[in-house]
Design a protein around this ligand. Structure first.
Ligand SMILES: [Zn+2]
Ligand SMILES: [Zn+2]
Length: 509
């Protein structure tokens, strides 16, 4: 039996019909490459048409009705499957952006935000969240919405916030970004010893995959834990600057990348990262191909979501800042992850002016040996009225944006540029209300040339120390006893749990 007898175009053995049929089936095959649903539909269409004709003329053709109906039913079934799997069945990218935008407009969470109508474009209605551990509410935060409203808010807004976690990894960097569409980006992964701490943090945040992994530059305090992360999670794309070093740490990362068959995309200023259509993700540095200092190779990333923006500076120093300014990039951002742990080699006045952040995050280890952050950097930030958040004081800092409003789940640094340096353990935990309101007062003119150093450990009970899973001592970041296990803990909590200070590293007491 000749199978061609059943295929439209070949049934009658007429040459021109066959040519048309071949061309048509080729088009159908092409359709499969764009969408298999579309392909099926194209393939089924001639069968439907001709078997329908057969059904009508079955008597003339000497067929029984059942025999004529069978191909029609079969081809209709195939077409239905194809139709159900057409790309149009699911919203296209642009369509979902639209829905997203509409959703935001009606998002009840935003309606209740204190967004002032009179505010100009420049002044963004960025507000700070009331810290949850504050006993007496003094901040004029609008009343919590009633239960029902809260629930709908959670439902609709869970998809529409951009969330940045500045993970407390001591004297190092690690930033988790969760986009409104559920994508995940990890910028740096702390020191070698932080790998597991970063992993467990990612797991608590329900991270299943890292869509974009960025190693800002090959220093241990940025890429140290990256191999652990690469081995533990499916990874989408990896961005790193074209900079090499000969350290074992760097080698470990390269090996982990190679063993998973991944490739590194070279991060360069002017590129953008395609992670979530609702979050514009740009790489602003490095802008040269070689630098004296490895820090200046840092991939600098700017995230823009709605009216809010975040600038993640890595360890970029003055040289790179100057280049970013010269490139004419839009550096303006609400939140600045201060470059190089707040060292005085970064955050030059011109750069700070261009960014003009409202909030600054400094990822830094308590009592680190480098003296980060530099008093002059703190004073510089303070003089522009920026609220400073430090991981050595606040632990992990989570910042969310709904596109209009930025919320920070921590208190701003109690650092006041005027305050005398605290040298002994007498610094007491400031009472709740006042601490939260710490608005950094601009440094008055006379003190400008001689920058008043800010206390390095302003509130000793708030600093993070580290314990091990078996020991009874608590340690300073970088202590040799933390090689095997390193669990961050608040000093006050460590003391409350009966941990005593390590005699080797002499942590804050
Ligand atoms: Zn660093
Ligand atoms: Zn560095």
């Amino acid at each position: 039996m000749n199978i061609l007898r059943y295929i439209p175009g070949f049934r009658s053995n007429v040459r021109w019909k066959k040519i048309i049929a071949v061309l048509y089936y080729l088009i159908a095959l092409l359709m499969f490459t764009s969408s298999w649903g579309m392909g099926l539909l194209f393939l089924a269409a001639p069968f439907i048409f001709f078997s329908f004709v057969d059904v009508i003329r079955h008597k003339k053709k000497g067929l029984t009705l059942t025999k004529a109906l069978l191909p029609l039913v079969l081809s209709l079934a195939v077409a239905t499957v194809g139709l159900a799997n057409m790309p149009d069945a699911a919203p296209t990218d642009t369509a979902s952006i639209q829905t997203q935008a509409n959703k935001q407009e009606v998002n009840p969470a935003q309606k209740t935000e204190p967004v002032s109508e009179t505010e100009s474009e420049k002044v963004q209605p960025v507000s700070e969240e009331k810290p949850e551990d504050q006993p007496g509410t003094v901040t004029p935060v609008p009343e919590e919405k009633p239960q029902a409203a809260t629930e709908t808010m959670v439902e609709t807004s869970s998809n529409s916030v951009l969330k940045l976690h500045f993970i407390d990894v001591g004297q190092a960097d690690s930033i988790l970004v969760q986009t409104p569409k559920g994508k995940t980006m990890l910028v740096d992964a702390g020191n070698n010893a932080d790998g597991n701490a970063v992993l467990s943090y990612l797991k608590t945040q329900d991270v299943k995959k890292i869509d974009v992994l960025v190693g800002t530059h090959p220093h241990e305090d940025h890429i140290g834990g990256m191999d652990t992360v690469i081995n533990a999670f499916p990874i989408g794309k990896i961005y790193m600057p074209r900079a090499t070093t000969t350290t074992k740490t760097y080698e470990d990362v390269l090996n982990a990348i190679a063993s998973k068959g991944l490739k590194i995309t070279a991060a360069k200023g002017g590129m953008s990262i395609d992670i979530d259509p609702t979050v514009k993700t740009d790489i602003l540095a490095p802008n040269s191909s070689s630098y004296d200092d490895l820090n200046n190779y840092s991939a600098v990333i700017k995230l823009t979501y709605g009216k809010t923006s975040f600038l993640l500076d890595g360890d970029a120093e003055d040289v790179s800042e100057q280049e970013m300014l010269a490139k004419g990039y839009n550096l303006k951002a609400d939140v600045l992850k201060v470059g190089h742990h707040g060292s005085n080699s970064s955050t030059t006045p011109a750069f700070l002016k261009a960014v003009s952040p409202k909030y600054a995050v400094i990822s830094v280890g308590a009592g680190n040996s480098y003296g980060h952050p530099a008093p002059e950097t703190l004073a510089g930030l303070a003089s522009t009225g920026v609220q400073i958040y430090r991981t050595d004081e606040a632990g992990t800092i989570v910042i969310t944006s709904d596109g209009n409003t930025i919320k920070i789940d921590k208190k701003a640094s109690p650092v006041k540029p005027q305050a005398p340096p605290v040298s002994s353990g007498t610094a007491s935990k400031s009472s709740s209300g006042s601490e939260n309101k710490t608005v950094v007062v601009p440094v008055p003119a006379p003190s400008k040339e001689k920058v008043t150093p800010a206390p390095l450990q302003p509130s000793k009970n708030d600093v993070t120390v580290y314990i091990t899973d078996s020991g009874e001592k608590y340690h300073k970041d970088g202590c040799r006893y933390l090689k095997k296990s390193k669990i961050p803990i608040k000093l006050s909590e460590a003391k409350a749990k009966g941990y005593t200070p390590c005699k080797v590293c002499g942590p804050p007491q």
